[in-house]
Design a protein around this ligand. Structure first.
Ligand code: SF4
Ligand code: SF4
Length: 283
């Protein structure tokens, strides 16, 4: 079973929850797909056993063969190619390219476009007390983490449960990291901003037809903002982590919430059981 942990915005405690879920449930793999700012390793402190570069193919236009017909530029939805017909010049913007291969497919001239490898980022694999760890680190200047996340997913073994820590927000990298997962755990906090971002995240997972539930972080007694919304929308709240100075201080020292929450391990084992039940019921 693959569980993705997402949040409509940053700073909601998504990583500490994802790490805690992985640490309390034996035999899971923690996957840090927040490739622009991976920080799960600060909490897990794994021993890195393998590190390699992740490359994808990008086009190299050979101007000596190119007829400057412009078909490749017209086909590229990301505007990564500009063909200047009057001066017979082809310009390629690698930071915009999504390595879809369409330009070379539509090019009518043999060998005018060659596909060459380009490093998108690095993938690291490690371990700590049997806890497997995978993370992606996007190269500086890359426009999108989506290809690297797609690549990382190929390295997740299928014989264990995986907890995939997504980027914050609802952009393409998040869609890629929650896509193909069996359940999305949405982390939110009970503030008007938190609710607003939660609603965007809920829209995204509903659109993707994925089973999901909510975990409220920094919950304060008497605050029913998220509860009221969840009741109206018939969304399950899987748990609430209380607002606590101790938890916030622990976070700043790289200690995950599971280690400071009273009965933390039991709390996260219980969340996992509810998720399993949700996945089985949805079918
Ligand atoms: S489609 Fe091929 S021939 Fe036409 S402009 Fe692009 S690279 Fe050149
Ligand atoms: S590979 Fe795809 S995204 Fe990249 S330049 Fe070609 S058409 Fe555009």
């Amino acid at each position: 079973m693959w569980i993705s942990v997402a949040s409509g915005k940053g700073g909601t405690g998504k990583t500490t929850v994802a790490v805690s879920l992985a640490l309390s449930n034996k035999n899971t793999i923690y996957v840090d797909a927040d490739v622009e700012e991976p920080n799960g390793f600060l909490f897990i402190k794994p021993v890195i056993k393998e590190e390699f570069s992740y490359t994808e193919l990008i086009p190299l236009i050979h101007e000596d063969k190119c007829t400057f017909c412009g078909k490749c530029a017209d086909a590229c939805v990301y505007k990564a190619i500009a063909i200047l017909k009057p001066v017979k010049k082809a310009i390629f913007f690698p930071e915009l390219c999504h390595s879809c291969g369409l330009c070379s497919f539509v090019c009518p001239v043999e060998n005018a476009i060659e596909e060459v490898p380009k490093e998108k980022g690095r993938i690291r694999k490690g371990e700590k007390n049997g806890q497997l760890f995978i993370e992606g680190i996007l190269n500086v200047g890359e426009a999108s983490g989506t290809p690297l996340i797609r690549g990382m997913k190929k390295y997740i073994p299928h014989d264990r449960d995986a907890i995939i820590d997504s980027s914050p927000g609802t952009s393409c990298p998040v869609v890629e990291s929650v896509g193909d997962t069996d359940f999305v755990l949405l982390i939110t906090e009970p503030t008007p901003f938190g609710l607003n971002d939660l609603k965007l995240a809920v829209e995204m997972v509903k659109e993707m037809k994925l089973p999901f539930g909510i975990l409220v972080n920094k919950h304060e007694e008497g605050n029913s903002l998220i509860k009221d919304y969840a009741r109206e929308e018939k969304i399950t709240i899987l748990g609430e982590i209380p607002f606590s100075r101790e938890i916030a201080e622990a976070y700043s020292k790289g200690i995950p919430v599971v280690d400071v929450l009273p009965d933390g391990e039991k709390f996260f084992v219980n969340i996992m059981e509810k998720i399993r039940k949700g996945v089985n019921t949805s079918g």
